[in-house]
Design a protein around this ligand. Structure first.
Ligand SMILES: Nc1ncnc2c1ncn2[C@@H]1O[C@H](COP(=O)(O)OP(=O)(O)OP(=O)(O)O)[C@@H](O)[C@H]1O
Length: 941
């Protein structure tokens, strides 16, 4: 870094500040910020980043920045946001900054039409462009797609999801056909039951969802399905001061018609324990305010007035939710059932307990003041009031010692235990009601035969607060999994782009977060399993669980004690009160006090029996199939269930093409045009965008279309050079500049630069006129040389080509000759061999002739026989030569000839043998006769 150079230095609130280097030390650099001349900031080298030349110039794709670092990334997103361009790409990832105001025409039907069928990058970045890409990829590659929308609470995930669904429905739906209508209409319903006001977002989704839109073989919408994850249950019973419970509770209190209100015994929000701990004001628009009676308002509301939000209105939204239910086919009776259950949760929360000092067994009782609530709650849940009392204040246990083993006995509960049981019941009822509503929505969406689907995942991003509990642990674990998936996919995409552009570069390596995932999920020592193990103990203790986590994972790089936290508030925690995990996005300290409780979904047996016997059909239905074993410790692991759900989700994601949208919340005030740099930087870090930059650094992070580069520099060069076509123009420049081949690569449509090299190139281009004149001279020289080389190369190539053609010609003939010969041989070889063998047989005829010549008897007949056979051989030779007999036939023929010949030869030999025998006999006879004569007739001397 040179003195006087423009750089970014870290800043506490802005993220980075722009300044100029005034002094370079051994360990740090002194920078004079532009907005505070005369002052200096000292920064370490590693955290000081070069700035782009133009302060106000932005890029639609961060990868096209000259200097690709976290400061320029943050600044590019800022410039665009301030110009009302809320979307920016980083390669194929879309960064979406929440504008916090309705942007005119940004999501209109006209805009939808504009984006249809357009490749990414053709039009300005947009959530529609991602949706369109997903649809195109699905159609072309015939593979289902997913769009992962992530970001912190209030970053705009749900809104983005809605726009994606709108785009898909409007573009490929059957003109507001039932499927897309139902999917879009399910929003108000799911939001009423699953959204709440938090400090970060007035309409915060407290559950994750994966919405699948299914398409038929014509790529038109034909069905849909919604899966949901991790509804935040603790909110049903407690909220912090400025937050609220789920919207439906307030909507029911504010908007229920009088008769329903009376029937469900509803009052102002501050009359209910489960909602009065938090904010009890309604969201009310001016129009609705007039119709709201005072008896529905809380004291806080009466004092402070209503909450304001452009889209929320509890009175109006009650009706919207009601209508949405009707559209989903939920009839009057079912609707009443649902509202009854919601009200029952409120009344259940008002049942309070006190220790019963008269009870010798140390049990508790329901307070006098809560008797009415008990009656109302029992009535609404559809159970007997006394049975509800019994089930809340005692629980059924199975004896294991004394008495008859296995006998059920009632154990009275202490006030605190009864309260936990009541809360567990309320949470179970509400969360099962939410499951039921999602089920009804799914049932209401028609489903044809699906070819592929596009799934949109709207799930909370990486979270860390002052106090982080089991919810943050689960969501951060989920984000670790998604981050691993993200890295793999992004790298893969980058690699595919390199291949498509023909860059021929080596594979990029990256640090995996598998070790962090293993810390949470490994069998035996994983935190989830240790938690389940602890929960199954007779008396589970958070301290013991925490100690186990540390003991079983000693020296694990990702795990540490809270005292090692950077935050003072965490350092106060004892080793057995929490643990610190080094996540990919930063270290998070978890308080483990409530882990065991939050990980257990089970109700104690008496409560389950109670609700299963309910006269309220819906309550009965909600608890259908819930298993209980009286006396046994009831445990149903939330963590294990979530892990299983996540496994299914990850399998789904892995089998689809993936697209990523990273939503960014620009400020905590939830207002438009306010860019809080430091917080945005941390969100970009959590979204893995900085790690994407790190990955890119290994490859060719800066890339520009030839035409863009050409337009950028053509004005600097004389006409004879600017007349060149963009690709040649770029090549000429690079070669003339003598840039190292390793620093850039020419693709088919773009030129790619190694980190920082684009900037270097730019610097040379824009240096002083003298240098430019020399450069132009060099470019011209290079052009002449290259054209001369090209001409030479052309001539040489023609000669080479001619020789090649000649050579090939001769080779073709040779190949033909060889092939023909081979074909002939293959066709004639059996014939040839058989002929040779038959001629061999003819040779043996001489032997037959010899035998015949020795015969004295039947010589003529034998001679004829030999002649005939010779004739047969000749005939067969002719036949073999003239016909197209197969090898098998030829073999058969030859074999029959050999057999024939052998037989004849044997016959002749036999005859000859017989002749010889006869002659021998004759000779012996003659000797005998002579001998006889000699004996009898020769005179004795
Ligand atoms: N594209 C947008 N245009 C206008 N306003 C928006 C846009 N995106 C988000 N908002 C505003 O920001 C608010 C919060 O957005 P949203 O509910 O989508 O956030 P979220 O990330 O889903 O939060 P949570 O995780 O808490 O559910 C919305 O109610 C809306 O007012």
């Amino acid at each position: 870094m040179d003195g006087g150079r423009k750089v970014w230095v870290p800043h506490q609130t802005d993220g980075f500040k722009l300044g100029r280097i005034v002094d370079i030390g051994t360990d740090s650099i002194a920078i004079e910020p532009f907005d505070a001349p005369g002052t200096t900031i000292n920064a370490i080298y590693d955290r000081t980043f070069p700035a782009e030349e133009y302060d106000n110039k932005d890029c639609e794709d961060n990868c096209a920045l000259m200097y690709l670092n976290e400061a320029t990334l943050l600044n590019n997103v800022r410039i665009r946001y301030m110009k009302n361009q809320i979307y920016t790409y980083t390669a194929n990832i879309l960064i979406a900054v929440n504008p916090y105001y309705e942007m005119p025409d940004l999501y209109s039907s006209n805009t939808i039409k504009k984006y249809q069928g357009k490749s990414l990058g053709t039009l300005p970045p947009h959530v529609f462009a991602i949706a369109d890409k997903a649809h195109r990829d699905m159609k072309v590659n015939k593979v289902s797609q997913s769009i992962i929308v992530s970001g912190e609470s209030g970053a705009g995930k749900t809104e983005s999801t809605k726009y994606i669904l709108k785009y898909l429905a409007e573009s490929w739906g059957t003109h507001a056909g039932p499927v897309e209508q139902r999917i879009l209409e399910s929003n108000p319903l799911l939001e009423a039951f699953g959204n709440a006001k938090t400090v970060r977002n007035n309409n915060s989704s407290r559950f994750g969802k994966f919405v699948e839109i299914h398409f038929d073989n014509k790529s038109s919408v034909c069905g849909g399905f919604i899966s949901h994850y991790l509804l935040e249950k603790s909110r049903i019973c407690t909220q912090s001061k400025e937050e609220r419970n789920y919207h439906i509770f307030y909507r029911l209190c504010a908007g229920a018609p009088e008769d329903l209100k009376t029937k469900l015994k509803l009052g102002a929000p501050d009359t209910f324990q489960y909602i009065r701990q938090g904010c009890t004001q309604y969201f009310i628009s001016r129009a609705s305010e007039k119709n709201l009676n005072a008896d529905r308002k809380s004291q806080e509301y009466l004092k402070k007035g209503s909450l304001k939000d452009p889209v929320l209105d509890d009175v109006r939204d009650f009706n919207v939710c009601n209508e949405a239910m009707t559209k989903m086919g939920i009839n009057n009776e079912d609707r009443l059932g649902i509202f009854t259950i919601v009200a029952s949760v409120l009344h259940l929360g008002n049942i309070s307990f006190e220790e019963n000092h008269e009870d010798t067994k140390g049990g508790c009782m329901i307070t006098k003041a809560a008797e009415d609530s008990l009656v109302t709650a029992a009535g609404l849940i559809g159970v007997n009031k006394e049975e509800l009392r019994e089930s809340l204040t005692s629980r059924v246990m199975q004896t294991s010692r004394g008495g008859v083993k296995g006998t059920a006995i009632k154990v009275p509960l202490k006030a605190g235990e009864a309260q936990s049981g009541r809360d567990a019941l309320a949470k179970a009822i509400y969360s099962k009601l939410f499951d039921y509503i999602v089920r009804r929505v799914n049932e209401a969406i028609p489903f044809g035969s699906s070819m592929n689907y596009i799934g949109v995942l709207d799930i909370a991003g990486f979270e860390y607060f002052q106090v982080n509990s089991f919810e943050q642990f689960c969501i951060n674990y989920c984000n670790e999994k998604l981050q691993q998936f993200f890295n793999e996919r992004i790298l893969n995409e980058e690699q595919i782009l390199y291949e498509k552009e023909g860059l021929n570069v080596r594979k990029i390596q990256w640090t995996d977060n598998q070790d962090c995932i293993e810390l949470v999920e490994t069998k035996g020592s994983g935190i989830f399993e240790l938690l389940d193990e602890e929960s199954k103990l007779p008396t589970p203790k958070p301290e013991h669980f925490t100690a186990e986590v540390h003991n079983r994972n000693k020296n694990h790089f990702r795990l540490s004690h809270p005292r090692k936290s950077k935050l003072k508030s965490h350092r106060g925690l004892r080793d057995d009160e929490g643990f610190l995990i080094r996540h990919f996005a930063g270290a998070v300290c978890y308080h483990t006090t409530q882990f065991i409780e939050k990980n257990n979904d089970a109700l104690h047996a008496s409560l389950v029996f109670l609700v299963q016997d309910s006269k309220n059909k819906l309550v009965q239905k909600l608890f259908e199939g819930t298993k209980v074993q009286a006396g046994k410790l009831q445990f149903s692991s939330v963590g294990t269930k979530f892990r299983q759900q996540l496994t299914v989700l990850m399998q789904k994601l892995s089998s689809t093409g993936t697209n990523f949208i990273r939503c960014i919340k620009p400020n905590s005030k939830m207002v438009d045009h306010l860019y809080e740099g430091a917080q945005i930087l941390s969100q970009l870090q959590c979204a893995g965008m900085i790690s994407v930059l790190d990955l890119m650094q290994q490859g060719f992070p800066s890339r520009t279309q030839f035409s863009d580069l050409y337009n950028m520099y053509k004005s600097y060069l004389p006409p004879e050079l600017s007349r060149l076509d963009p690709r040649l123009f770029c090549k000429a420049l690079f070669k003339a500049l003598g840039l190292d081949d390793k620093d850039f690569k020419f693709g088919l449509t773009k030129v790619f630069f190694r980190p920082g090299k684009f900037a270097e190139f730019d610097q040379i281009m824009k240096s002083d006129p003298e240098n430019l004149a020399a450069l132009v001279k060099k470019v011209k020289k290079w052009l002449i040389c290259s054209r001369w080389r090209k001409a030479q190369w052309g001539a040489l190539s023609v000669i080479k080509l001619k020789n090649k053609i000649k050579y090939r010609n001769s080779m073709y003939i040779k190949i033909q000759k060889t092939a023909r010969m081979w074909k002939c041989r293959r066709a004639f070889k059996p014939k040839y061999e058989t002929v040779k063998k038959v001629i061999g047989l003819q040779g043996q005829m001489a032997l037959m002739g010899q035998i015949v010549s020795q015969l004295k008897k039947d010589k003529e007949a034998a001679t004829k026989q030999v002649k005939d056979f010779d004739h047969v051989l000749l005939e067969n030779l002719k036949k073999i030569r003239s016909s197209n007999m197969k090898r098998q036939e030829l073999d058969n023929l030859y074999n029959s000839l050999t057999v024939n010949m052998d037989q004849q030869l044997a016959g002749l030999k036999k005859k000859l043998e017989e002749q010889k025998n006869a002659e021998e006999q004759e000779r012996l006879r003659k000797i005998q006769v002579n001998f006889f004569f000699m004996l009898h007739f020769v005179p004795l001397r």
